[in-house]
Design a protein around this ligand. Sequence first.
Ligand SMILES: O=P(O)(O)OC[C@H]1O[C@H](OP(=O)(O)OP(=O)(O)O)[C@H](O)[C@@H]1O
Ligand code: HPA
Ligand SMILES: [Mg+2]
Length: 180
Amino acid sequence: MHSELEKILISEEELQQKVQEIGNQLTKEYEGKFPLVIGVLKGALPFMADVTRQMDTHVEIDFMDVSSYGSGTVTSGEVKIIKDLDTSVEGRDVIILEDIIDSGITLNYLISLIQHRGANSVKIVTLLDKPSGRQVDLVPDVVGFTVPDAFVVGYGLDYSERYRNLPYIGILKPEIYKES
Ligand SMILES: O=P(O)(O)OC[C@H]1O[C@H](OP(=O)(O)OP(=O)(O)O)[C@H](O)[C@@H]1O
Ligand code: HPA
Ligand SMILES: [Mg+2]
C-alpha cells in the first residue's frame, strides 16, 4: 500500500469484478442500440477504459472535462467547462460515466446540460457514491460502491493531481491534505 494512505478501501480485484458486473448490465440494457458514453475527465478515465471494454455492444465514446474542485478537497460549487463534447447528443442514448458523486454539483450541471441539448435518454453510472457529501438532490442509476465520508484516491481519483494511477481505491491520511 502507498505510504500516504490510511487504508485500502476497495482492492484491485474488487474493482475489476464490479466493472465486469456493470459492463454486463449495460450490455443487456443497450442491446441493439448505439449509446454515446461520456466520460467526465479526468477522474473517470480508468473506469471508462475498463467498463467500455466489458460492453458487448457498439458504443461511441466522448469526453467532457469540467472542474469544480481546483486542487483541494472541497468543491468550489462552480462548474467550469474545460473541454466540451465533440459529438451532438441530440436524440442519443447517453451514458455518463463518473468516478465519484460527492456533492452532486458536477453531475447536476452535466445532466441539465445534456438534457437541454436534446438527448433521448441519460443514464448516470458512477463507480463511487459518497451520499454524505450531497449538496443537491441527485440519485445515480448505477452505483459501484458507496463510500464513507472520507477523501478517497486512486483508480482515477486524485488529491492535487496525485494518486490517480493507483490500481485500487484508498483513504488518504488526513495529514496529507491538512499540510497544504
Ligand atoms: O459530486 P461533486 O462534489 O461535484 O464531485 C465529483 C467530481 O469531482 C471530481 O472531479 P474534479 O472536478 O476534481 O476533476 P478531476 O476528475 O479532473 O479530478 C470527480 O472526478 C467528479 O467529477
Ligand atoms: O473523495 C474524493 N476524492 C477525490 N476526488 C473527489 N472529488 C470529489 N470527492 C472526491
Ligand atoms: Mg479531482
